[in-house]
Design a protein. Sequence first.
Length: 159
Amino acid sequence: MARFKKKKSKPTPEPEKPEKELPKEVKETVPDVEKPETESPESKPEPQMSDAEKSDKDKKLNKLFWMRVALAVIAGTAATFIFEDIEGEERRWASIGFMIIVFIVTIIIAKGMKMQLPSSDRKKIVTQAIGSYIFLYLFTWIVSYTLVHSGSVSTGINI
C-alpha cells in the first residue's frame, strides 16, 4: 500500500473552477509516494516450486480426491445399514452428521499426508473433491436405501 507524505499547505477549497485553472500552489501540493521502508510478509512473492515438488503435490491431491470419492461411496452405503433402526427425520440428520464426521476424518488424514502446499493453496486440503464427496455420498445412500427397501413396499413393479 502506498504511503503519502503529510501535506504542509491548507486543504484545497471546493473545486468551483475546472482543474486547468487551479493555482500552481495547489498543483504542487500533490503528495509524493514514499517507497515502503520494509516489505511486509504479505507482499513477498511465493517461492517457486520445482517440477518435482509440483508433481508430488499433484499426486497427493489426486490421492486425496480419490480417497474422498471412495469413502463417499463406502460411507453412503454404510449409512443405509448403520441407521436402519432410526425412524423418520432423525435418520436423515444422523446420516448427514455421519457424512460430516467422515469428511472431517478425511481432512485429518490429508493433514497427515504432509502436503507441501503454498499458503495460497492451503484451502485445497478442505475444498479438494468436496462437491464430489457430498453428491456421491447422498447418491449412494439414496440408491442403496432404495434397493434395500424396494421389496418391502408394494408399488406394483416386479423386480
